[in-house]
Design a protein. Structure first.
Length: 465
């Protein structure tokens, strides 16, 4: 025979109610107490309606497929790849939740699979979650609709980083290590996109280096020596100590203050060797590189030679070296003018014959070297900066050529920073400017032996942590 105990209250030793019945309400525990089930015990009848216990160890791609349990929520981290989560066998009131742990579901999706032939939203097919920052809750209702999504948040609430967040180009990687500063390198056109500005306005100043394409070397229609191309314009700016590093002597004292927008980047190509493409065979000039309000001018082409028409070096970021024989001037540098100067002038050619081509100007403070009756002019040296965390030299001028084999050892050398050497006899073609340095091409010592300039580069540096 069953026994019955009827009480209104159960008290602990001090006399405080721990079970209290008042009308139709039963209160377990006193204020401040924790009511817990013993280990291994289970609960029923509490009417779980819209809440879950979250599993706080995120599930990753290697855990896929994840087997879900009713009453549980899961943080799914798809950074490394997709994840499949299998719902449990449905019973009325079963509930499962899941949330985008790393805001990557838009890149690597989550597949939600029902048990057997059970339905999701009335359809016996898997569901796909592919929205960044999404969180969802499924409740099993009945066999007609199966699992129904009762809550779906597509808001991606994240803390706001205190510094600039940006994309574009190639961020520091490999041998170029990010410390507290990040560098984005553009070797071709692109967009520097500022996704988030810094909390402190001063930290929105970025350092920049903008190098244009180098000029091509001068050519000739006969056996004459021609001028080297001028280096691509070199421009650099920083706001120290906000973005500290060892800059070049040409650095402007003010960087660019950015806002949350996209900044188109252009990277200039190197100028072609003349190859007879102009009346006096002057080399082609390099193309402009730019970032925000900072353009750098392409290097001027080296002076060439056709019968009776030796060419002057072309003006540009740095000027090309002048043509030979009937000596022609080197091209002007820093054209159009900016401050600090973006480059230097090329040297004049030497003449009357035998005369050799002048050296192209460099992007530092070194103009193209002078030629003589026995030597081609050396290209001017470029500028060295550590904006990419490693000291690197850019914008070297191209060297002038020589034709007399007896003077082949006196060929104009290329300037440091990617400048190419001039051509010399017997049968040695010039060297092209190095790609992504703004270095200029060397001049020719005969038809078709000059070389083109190297392409430019843009680097942007800022504090990111």
């Amino acid at each position: 025979m069953a026994s019955t105990i009827k009480v209104d209250n159960v008290q602990n030793q001090p006399g405080t109610n721990i079970i209290n019945k008042c009308g139709t309400d039963v209160t377990l525990g006193a204020s401040g107490d924790t009511v817990a089930l013993a280990s291994g015990a289970s609960q029923t009848g509490f009417g779980r309606t819209g809440t879950v216990d979250w599993v706080t160890t995120p599930k990753v791609t290697g855990d896929s497929p994840v087997t879900a349990a009713t009453g549980s929520g899961y943080f799914l981290n798809t950074t490394a790849g997709t994840i499949t989560i299998n719902l449990p066998a449905g019973a009325a009131g079963s509930i499962v939740s899941m949330a985008d742990y790393a805001a990557t579901w838009q890149t690597n999706n989550v597949t939600v699979a029902a048990n057997g032939s059970e339905k999701i939203g009335g359809v016996a097919e898997d569901a796909t979650l592919d929205t960044e920052g999404q969180s969802v809750t499924f409740v099993y209702v009945d066999s007609t609709q199966g699992w129904v999504n009762t809550m779906d948040s597509t808001s991606n609430v994240r803390g706001v980083p205190p510094y600039i967040v940006a994309t574009g180009g190639t961020p520091c990687s490999g041998a170029i290590v990010c410390t507290d500063y990040k560098q984005h390198t553009f070797t071709g056109p692109g967009t520097f996109t500022v996704c988030n500005v810094a909390a402190c306005a001063a930290d929105n100043a970025v350092a920049y280096m903008v190098v244009a394409g180098g000029g091509g070397g001068g050519d000739s229609s006969g056996n004459t020596s021609n001028g080297g191309g001028g280096a691509g314009g070199f421009r650099e700016g920083t706001t120290a100590p906000i973005v500290p590093y060892t800059a070049s002597p040409l650095v402007a004292a003010t960087g660019i203050t950015v806002t949350a927008t996209g900044y188109p980047i252009s990277v200039g190509g190197g100028g072609p060797p003349s190859g007879g493409g102009s009346p006096d065979n002057t080399g082609g000039s390099g193309s402009v590189s730019s970032f925000s309000t900072i353009p750098s001018a392409g290097g001027g082409g080296g002076g060439g030679h056709s019968p009776g028409a030796p060419g002057a070096g072309a003006a540009g970021g740095s000027g090309g070296g002048g043509g030979p024989d009937v000596p022609r001037a080197g091209g002007a540098g820093n054209t159009p003018p900016v401050s600090p100067a973006q480059g230097t002038a090329g040297s004049a050619g030497n003449g009357p014959g035998p005369g050799y081509g002048g050296g192209g100007g460099g992007g530092a403070t070194v103009a193209g070297g002078s030629s003589s009756s026995t030597a081609g002019g050396p290209g001017g040296n470029g500028a060295t900066t550590s904006i990419n965390a490693t000291p690197t030299t850019y914008s070297g001028g191209g060297g002038g050529a020589v034709t007399d084999p007896a003077n082949s050892g006196n060929v104009g050398t290329g300037g440091s920073g990617g400048g190419g050497r001039g051509a010399y006899d017997p049968g040695a073609a010039a060297i092209a400017g190095t790609v992504n340095t703004g270095g200029a091409g060397g001049g020719a010592n005969g038809p078709g032996t000059s070389r083109g300039g190297g392409s430019g580069i843009v680097i942007i540096r800022y504090k990111f942590q």
